[in-house]
Design a protein around this ligand. Structure first.
Ligand code: FAD
Length: 519
């Protein structure tokens, strides 16, 4: 072969221009690598999903007439890392050219850049042709250390890519319908929740390989994987989303429930969310394809799907997803070191088991262990909020998020976790800390009703721990947040409380902080 082209596990873009011509002297390589299984401990379903999606992509490419080498862990076990495997393959196949698709993760980008610069033949790094913005354009929108705001970026993106626009103005006259998107689920809404579309992909052979090579993992494991692993399944899930979920997507985007588990199905874990993040992040679907399909449905059924619903969905993909990528690349590698609030507590052990008496955390974690999935508000306002209030070290928080979620790849995980949720970047992503007491959880969910702790209490033995931890957090960081107009009201409420009440709340939180493992 004249040229070796490397495809990483999250680069399964069948529409890439590479595949438009068939060349018998080009060898495509897709490999299961131990190095990718060990930089963090992963949920088993995440490993299964990547391996199966890679294998099916390799099959599809070779059926389309390309030369493809798919290497399993059996084939790559003797190679210490990706560069050593590539050195061997390039020599073995006597390739003069080495090409690779631009990695989205800093770690891999560095590794391949260094490898390519040492390679004696010619090497090329090629765009993945996946995102709305090309890599080279990111610096037009994002600068290192600068506080960027989603809303500003999002409006530019709406205009530039002409989504939901009426000339230069936003369709409907408003850019953002977020206020319409904060409904709690009532019992009758829960009865109407759509049953999630799940798949039954056979992963028995992958499970055997994981065992054979002692790959460490966690989370619920079976021989069937429910996540979509190829284009056909991903498109089916996209259609399902547009028909069943999009009509209420925005309305219940922030809602959480522990009801809706019945004999036939389990509907409370996915609600009206798309669950397309794995297919998107592995590049099985392109963001443009997802947004275009959703807009087509909206145009076809304007009475069923309101502007607020489609706008809310587009904001996530055209806005947030591209935004966090820009933040990541503008700030790496320093971003990974940020710890603006000097958080240094240990992650409680129950994050790995779900065994806590706090019902909200129990549900969010147990669900994550079961499905490798939690929706945005569970990630931000349940697990993320707890870590923020308790002051867990951001390295530990990052490692947990990066391991547990089906869609967790560092470029999107880190700005969301370290930035948005933990405020460890000092406000580059978020305009305020997303800190909340039990009151917020009670407002947006039905978790508190069946909780061992009392959400209205602050200092009693069975008081919701989030309440005192919240005030502890807000007071210990008053120097940082006291001048933020978005949080002024919070401090006014604190100052209104008597000194003895304040002291009791802080003492309660101090006691909790000494025994986080026991909550
Ligand atoms: P939906 O709610 O249906 O949204 C549709 C799509 O919008 C998603 O598939 C996703 O591609 C995109 N999207 C929505 N919100 C965001 C966001 N904040 N950032 C980037 N894209 C977004 N998303 C990941 O893809 N990988 C991660 O590792 C990840 N880690 C997160 C960690 C924390 C602490 C938080 C608060 C959020 C994280 N998110 C992450 C963002 C978001 O929670 C997930 O994208 C979403 O829950 C995926 O489920 P879904 O496909 O059902 O999304």
């Amino acid at each position: 072969y004249k040229e070796l082209r490397l495809i990483l596990g999250d680069q399964l873009n069948a529409g890439h221009s590479w595949y438009q011509t068939k060349q018998s002297d080009v060898l495509y390589v897709i490999a299961e690598l131990k190095q990718e299984q060990s930089y963090v401990k992963h949920h088993v379903q995440k490993i299964q999903a990547f391996f199966l999606a890679m294998a099916q992509f390799a099959d599809a490419l070779s059926q389309a007439g390309h030369q493809v080498l798919y290497l399993t862990l059996d084939d790559t076990q003797d190679f210490q890392d990706l560069p050593s495997l590539l050195t061997h393959l390039l020599k073995h196949y006597q390739c003069q050219y080495f090409s690779y698709l631009r990695p989205d993760e800093y770690r891999l980008a560095e590794q391949l850049f260094n490898f390519a610069s040492r390679f004696s033949g010619q090497s090329r790094c090629v765009e993945t042709e996946h995102f709305f913005l090309n890599f080279n354009e990111l610096s037009d929108y994002f600068q290192a250390d600068k506080r960027h705001r989603l809303e500003v970026f999002y409006r530019k993106m709406r205009k530039r890519f002409n989504y939901l626009m009426a000339g230069d103005e936003p369709e409907g006259g408003q850019w953002n319908y977020d206020q319409d998107n904060r409904h709690k689920l009532k019992p009758k809404d829960i009865e109407q929740l759509p049953e999630p579309l799940v798949f039954a992909n056979d992963v028995a052979a992958i499970n055997q390989r994981l065992q054979k090579y002692n790959i460490a993992h966690f989370g619920e494991q079976s021989d069937q994987l429910l996540w979509p692993v190829n284009r056909r399944q991903a498109k089916e899930l996209l259609e399902h989303f547009c028909v069943r979920c999009l009509p209420k997507f925005g309305q219940f985007q922030d809602a959480m429930t522990c009801q809706g588990q019945d004999m036939m199905s389990d509907r409370q874990w996915s609600l009206y969310h798309a669950r397309l993040s794995f297919a998107l992040n592995a590049k099985i679907l392109s963001p443009q394809q997802v947004v275009d399909t959703a807009v087509d449905y909206y145009r076809g059924q304007p009475t069923l799907i309101s502007l607020a619903q489609i706008e809310g969905f587009i904001r996530q993909i055209l806005g947030w997803r591209e935004f966090v990528r820009g933040i990541y690349w503008a700030n790496m590698p320093n971003y990974a070191e940020q710890n603006n609030l000097s958080a240094d507590e240990q992650l409680p052990t129950w994050f790995w088991t779900g065994k806590t008496k706090m019902n909200c955390l129990h549900h969010a974690i147990q669900q994550s262990l079961q499905y490798a999935y939690a929706h945005h508000i569970q990630r931000l306002m349940i697990t993320g909020n707890f870590c923020l209030l308790a002051g867990i070290h951001p390295d530990q928080v990052d490692a947990w998020y990066l391991g547990i979620y089906i869609d967790a790849i560092e470029w999107v995980e880190m700005p969301n976790t370290r930035g948005m949720s933990q405020f460890a970047d000092g406000g580059i992503v978020a305009s305020k800390a997303y800190a909340a007491s039990g009151n917020y959880v009670d407002k947006m969910s039905d978790y508190c009703k069946s909780c061992a702790y009392k959400v209205k209490e602050k200092t009693t033995d069975d008081a919701c721990p989030l309440n005192s931890l919240y005030w502890h957090f807000m007071t210990r960081h008053r120097d940082k947040f006291g001048t933020n107009p978005r949080q002024a009201m919070v401090y006014r409420n604190w100052d209104k409380q008597s000194e003895s009440q304040q002291a009791a709340i802080l003492a309660k939180a101090d006691r909790l902080l000494l025994q986080l493992d026991k909550l």
